[in-house]
Ligand binder design. Structure first.
Ligand code: NAD
Length: 730
């Protein structure tokens, strides 16, 4: 079976249909390229063929892109000299697309050649747009659900099959930049307005055929003499401004840690200075450079392959379908309101309960506001708003929970209140109903004691704001059964978020790792490290927020509350006295973070963050000698990753894929690294252990090398090799 087939009609128009065997959307692999190449050769050689249409056999889509599983492994399978192997492989791909573009024309006179059109029934992404860009005209169906674009940058690569070079030459660097640098996707009408495709029609195959038979001109502008790049090449005054601006923007956004963004910009700049075929070679070199960088394969592995595996239920126990029909959300505060919203958006009926009707209604109004914003941005309609609101029953009456098959409790963080609510709920719900708590700090096993059936009790921990945060942490108590886990996973799948499943322990997984990050930042303030150095070091290593900004966002009084509870639980062994001194002092100054418009940062009346608060420097003056950047970065990164390793050692994490995906989606752990375990694999266990020894000697036992890491260092192992590519921890 082959993914590409060709037929020629009586008018001499050949149609190549792409139909990847066994997939609902086309994806490209090496064999696909070979087959396409052979068909193009055949069509160009056949005198009876006047022109070619390349289209898809799938309803509503052309192609989803390159098979990323293959890209992730390309380096390993590229032979003894992987850079050369990769470069040659990429150039072979360019060869096929350039053959389509030149279509048999005479290289000198541009005479001859056959028109080749792309006919897109819908979505065309990545290589699925790079092939059409090599064709002479692109027709797309008027399908508003279709997405057209080059999203490669989102997974740590860039369009490397000529898409970068062709789009820049077609649109100019300025117009191409949101499509290339941000991976912006458009529907067909918007793609036409942006100049990416040529025509939006009812029947793209018929329109392509008419066009071919009209004997059209097919030479690409960049193959004509005197071609000038729209908006100007780099040495043109306008082009100069574009490139200076783009360079600043990319570095401002990425802090220089994403190799793909830099490489893309270099490919565009250097390619703009030379003829087209040389530009393709330059693009191939930079693409090879990115593929050789361990960051790109780590990002693809975590952000695409493993994320998708977890979403599809990689760790789901064997249990019948547990799709949720009606969910009861108890507590209509910040979290409950968000959980009700995402459930109703997924079409699930919701009973939203609070102690007072007013509070329940306020929780429901969160969904109304959300839909109103969607209507204002033309993303939703009044009818959709009515339908979504119609799914939410806001009430104080527990009896309304009778038919719910899942409860998510999000009342105050208090064992007594939660126990009382559990009992009240279970007095009305049926024996099969699963009870989940959204607690962020209380042990699930402890809370399950209030339940009449601890096997049906589980933690489903959302992150705030619920509608934006993609991770959901599912926590198993000691007695939680398989059906409860399956229920939680099926629910998370319904609301289209990404789950990780962890075992019960203080702060579960995400908060367990993020608290030491915040603490390390605050500890450095106490030591006299410049706060600006701390914050910038974090951002320059790819953290979305510095630790001081993060604690401002989550609130300083919450930090105080957690510190007091942890100290009470740990007693003498509590290690964070120095951190508390700063934190408690801030709380005493009534600087509670963003919510009080004052924290480690200063804010204006409207809540706009201004800069680091100067009162901090007065209380904790900067030391005369400041640490170097890398030391600060290593303190901040190791504080997190060592906790992740300990979570694996303790059996809280049972799958390193969840550790990596959860870290990126849950708290934004340096996405360029692929997550904590991927980062340790990139730097290597021997170096990581050596660095921990140094940090321990200098800063204390919290950096002590965990036994697992020491063992791996001794054996020269990597996490993804030791625990298998997609496998569970031993
Ligand atoms: P919140 O104070 O905004 O909301 C709690 C709601 O529960 C209030 O509306 C309150 O009226 C209601 N409530 C209290 N007792 C009740 C009862 N007996 N019956 C019915 N309703 C009752 O709190 P929140 O921030 O939404 O947090 C709720 C839960 O989610 C907590 O367990 C918290 O630890 C957890 N959580 C919070 C966050 C966060 O970032 N805020 C993140 C993850 C988890």
């Amino acid at each position: 079976m082959t993914d590409f087939t060709m037929t020629t009609d009586k008018d001499g128009v050949a149609t190549i249909v792409w139909d990847t065997v066994g997939k609902s959307m086309n994806v490209m692999n090496q064999q696909g390229f070979t087959d396409l190449d052979a068909l193009i050769d055949q069509a160009l050689a056949d005198e009876a063929v006047k022109g070619v249409i390349i289209t898809s056999g799938k309803d509503g889509s052309f192609a989803g892109g390159m098979d990323l599983n293959i890209i992730a492994k390309m380096k390993d399978s590229a032979g003894d000299d992987p850079a050369r192997g990769l470069f040659e492989g990429v150039m072979a791909m360019h060869g096929v697309l350039r053959k389509i573009e030149r279509a048999g024309m005479d290289p000198k006179t541009n005479k001859g050649g056959k028109p080749i059109a792309a006919a897109l029934p819908g979505t065309a992404l990545g290589i699925g747009l790079e092939i059409p860009l090599a064709c002479h005209r692109i027709f797309a169906a008027d399908n508003p659900k279709a997405k057209i674009g080059l999203p490669e940058i989102m997974v740590g690569i860039f369009p490397g099959a000529g898409g970068t070079t062709r789009l820049v030459r077609k649109l100019g660097a300025m117009a191409a930049s949101p499509l290339l640098l941000e991976g912006k996707l458009n529907d067909p009408q918007a793609a036409k307005r942006a100049g990416v495709i040529d025509e939006v029609v009812a029947d793209p195959v018929a329109a392509a055929k008419d066009w071919i038979l009209s004997n059209p001109a097919i030479v690409k502008p960049w193959d004509e003499k005197g071609y000038k790049m729209p908006g100007g090449a780099p040495y043109h005054p306008a082009g100069f401004m574009t490139f200076v601006g783009a360079s600043a923007m990319v570095n401002g956004k990425t802090m220089g840690v994403y190799p793909a963004a830099k490489a893309l910009l270099s490919a565009v700049y250097e390619g703009a200075l030379v003829p087209f075929d040389t530009a393709l070679k330059i693009e191939a070199r930079w693409f090879t450079n990115v593929l050789m960088n361990p960051s790109s394969s780590a990002m693809i592995r975590s952000l695409f392959i493993n994320k998708e595996a977890l979403e599809k239920g990689a760790n789901r126990p064997d249990a019948p379908d547990q799709k949720v029909k009606q969910v009861g959300v108890i507590g209509a505060g910040m979290m409950g309101a968000g959980i009700a919203l995402v459930s109703a958006l997924a079409g699930i009926k919701v009973v939203l309960i609070d102690a007072k009707q007013e509070a329940a209604d306020k929780g429901k109004s969160y969904t109304a506001d959300y839909m109103d914003k969607g209507i204002a941005r033309k993303k939703a309609t009044e009818d959709e708003k009515t339908a979504v609101l119609g799914l939410i029953n806001a009430t104080t009456d527990y009896a309304a929970l009778k038919d719910c098959d899942l409860i998510v409790e999000a009342v105050f963080e208090d064992v007594g209140v939660k126990a009382e609510v559990t009992k009240k709920v279970q007095a009305v719900t049926g024996p099969d109903c699963i009870f989940a708590t959204n607690t962020s700090t209380l042990p699930i096993t402890e809370l399950a004691k209030a339940s009449n059936d601890p096997a049906k009790f589980i933690g489903i921990h959302f992150f705030s704001p619920v509608d934006k945060m993609m991770l959901v942490e599912i926590i198993k108590g000691e007695k939680t059964g398989d059906v409860a886990v399956a229920k939680a996973l099926d629910f998370v799948r319904q609301i289209r978020k990404t789950p990780i499943v962890v075992n019960d322990a203080r702060f579960f997984y995400a908060n367990r790792c993020i608290i030491p990050y915040i603490n390390e930042g605050i500890r450095m303030v106490k030591e006299g490290v410049e706060p600006a150095l701390i914050e910038n070091a974090a951002k320059l290593v790819g953290m979305p927020l510095g630790p001081l900004q993060l604690v401002d966002e989550t609130s300083i009084d919450l930090g105080v509350k957690i510190a007091k509870a942890t100290r009470a639980a740990m007693g003498e062994a509590y290690p964070d006295g120095a951190v508390d001194e700063v934190l408690f002092w801030m709380a005493d100054q009534n600087r509670l973070g963003r919510k009080s418009n004052s924290g480690f940062y200063a804010y204006d009346d409207k809540g706009k963050r201004l800069g680091l608060w100067d009162g901090l420097a007065a209380q904790y003056p900067a030391a005369n000698e400041q640490p170097d950047l890398v030391t600060v970065q290593h303190r901040l990164l190791f504080a997190q990753v060592l906790e992740a390793v300990r979570a694996l050692e303790d059996g809280v994490l049972t799958d390193i894929r969840e550790g990596d995906v959860g870290a990126i989606l849950g708290w934004g752990f340096a996405p360029w690294s692929g997550g904590p375990f991927s980062w340790l694999d990139i730097i290597g266990a021997p170096y990581a252990a050596e660095r921990c020894d140094q940090l321990t000697a200098q800063f204390g036992d919290r950096f002590k090398t965990p036994d697992l890491l020491r063992d791996m260092a001794d054996k020269g192992q990597e996490f993804y090799k030791r625990f298998g590519t997609g496998a569970k921890a031993a």
